[in-house]
Design a protein around this ligand. Structure first.
Ligand code: NAD
Length: 347
């Protein structure tokens, strides 16, 4: 007797099941290694840019974020979810931050993405989120640089030297003809690793102080877990573009609120910007109004002109949205079709 056909990925396997019995679904399970193989930095850039534009056009939306201290091991845990109606991408990223993981030789950020069939609600794929989070976050600041930085930007400044910093540096370096990188981190131990990443990108690297960085850099990416301003407003020169990427939780802060008043402020998602992003402090202090914050998707789709002069300071408040996670996870899933080395689970 020939073997029964296996269920196809994301398709019910009704073979042998009695009428009314639950049909099995074959679910692809994509590891971090598989995702790294299937989704390049450029892929992530294009996916993130497209979903920011879809969100600004009202075709995609993020659902409210849940992020809670679980009262165990100082861990933060939560959900970021959304639906891109234009591409029928529905899902949730679940995960968070476990500060003690470095002692275990594990990444402190841990997450996984669950993709669902938008027509039936059935689970479609389980996708590891650690690598994809890193490249979609690099992509977000890169998109902001592509859209908002001066064309003649030559010095890239990186504030922070943790896990995420190399991903921001690599993606940012591709957006302008940068000639060098200056970097500052509250903890200097990992700066040599960042120097290595800059060297791989063909850029000279110098570790400097925070004020000196602001005095030299045309583009500044901040990527720390700071809870107090690291950059002062009056340090920032006219024409600078900042991508503030570290503030993704209530209470975190990387720049003075006065800087947001001096800058034109853009974001991935206004609701997150004012609640968990860098703008939360300026809003609370009454320094800026929510209506002054522009979704970057509006610049991408041309409904907002973006930078208006070479002297304008532009600031992208990158809070990290569920739609970014779903966009890159969906791309990994589509790319995995027909590829070898993919694990499946029957549900
Ligand atoms: P990490 O723990 O590996 O590195 C943290 C960095 O912040 C280091 O440079 C460290 O020196 C600095 N730092 C730590 N504590 C600090 C403090 N109290 N004050 C000032 N600086 C401090 O973390 P990571 O994975 O590199 O992530 C950095 C930040 O970016 C975190 O806040 C993380 O939540 C955030 N993040 C945001 C997004 C997004 O989409 N916006 C995505 C991923 C990570």
């Amino acid at each position: 007797m020939p073997p029964e056909p296996a269920a196809r990925a994301g398709q019910p396997d009704t073979a042998g099941s009695a009428a009314g019995a639950a049909a099995k679904v074959r679910i692809p399970v994509l590891s971090d290694e598989v995702c790294a193989r299937l989704v390049s930095r450029q892929d992530a850039f294009e996916a993130v840019e497209a979903v920011f534009a879809a969100a600004a056009a009202g075709a995609a939306r993020n659902f409210p974020v849940v992020r809670e201290a679980i009262g165990h091991g100082d861990a933060l845990y939560g959900f970021k979810s959304g639906f891109d109606r234009s591409r029928l991408v529905l899902g949730v990223k679940s995960g968070g931050y476990w500060p003690g993981n470095s002692d275990r030789g594990l990444a402190r950020h841990q997450s996984a993405v669950f993709l669902f069939d938008a027509d039936t609600g059935q689970l479609k794929a389980l996708v590891a989120g650690n690598h994809l989070t890193a490249i979609r976050t690099g992509a977000a600041s890169a998109v902001s640089i592509a859209q908002l930085a001066r064309r003649d930007a030559r010095v890239l400044g990186i504030v922070g030297a943790g896990h995420q910093a190399p991903f921001q540096l690599r993606a940012a370096a591709e957006q302008r003809d940068f000639e060098r990188v200056v970097a500052w981190s509250p903890h200097r131990r990992t700066l040599p690793e960042l120097a290595q990443v800059a060297a791989e990108a063909g850029l000279p690297f110098e570790a400097v102080g925070a004020e000196e960085l602001a005095a030299q850099a045309d583009v500044i990416v901040t990527i720390t877990s700071s809870f107090a301003p690291l950059l002062k407003a009056d340090w920032i020169r006219p024409g600078t573009h900042l991508a503030c990427m570290g503030t993704d939780t209530r209470g975190k802060q990387e720049v003075e609120p006065a800087l947001l008043a001096a800058a034109s402020v853009f974001t991935d998602e206004v609701a997150q910007s004012v609640s968990i992003g860098e703008a939360q402090h300026a809003i609370a202090a009454g320094t800026i109004a929510e209506s002054a914050i522009t979704p970057i998707g509006a610049v991408i789709d041309g409904t907002h002109p973006g930078r208006s002069s070479d002297a304008e300071i532009t600031l992208f408040d990158g809070t990290g949205v569920g739609l970014q996670d779903l966009a890159v996870a969906d791309l990994a899933l589509r790319r995995s079709a027909g590829q070898g080395g993919i694990a499946f689970v029957d549900l």
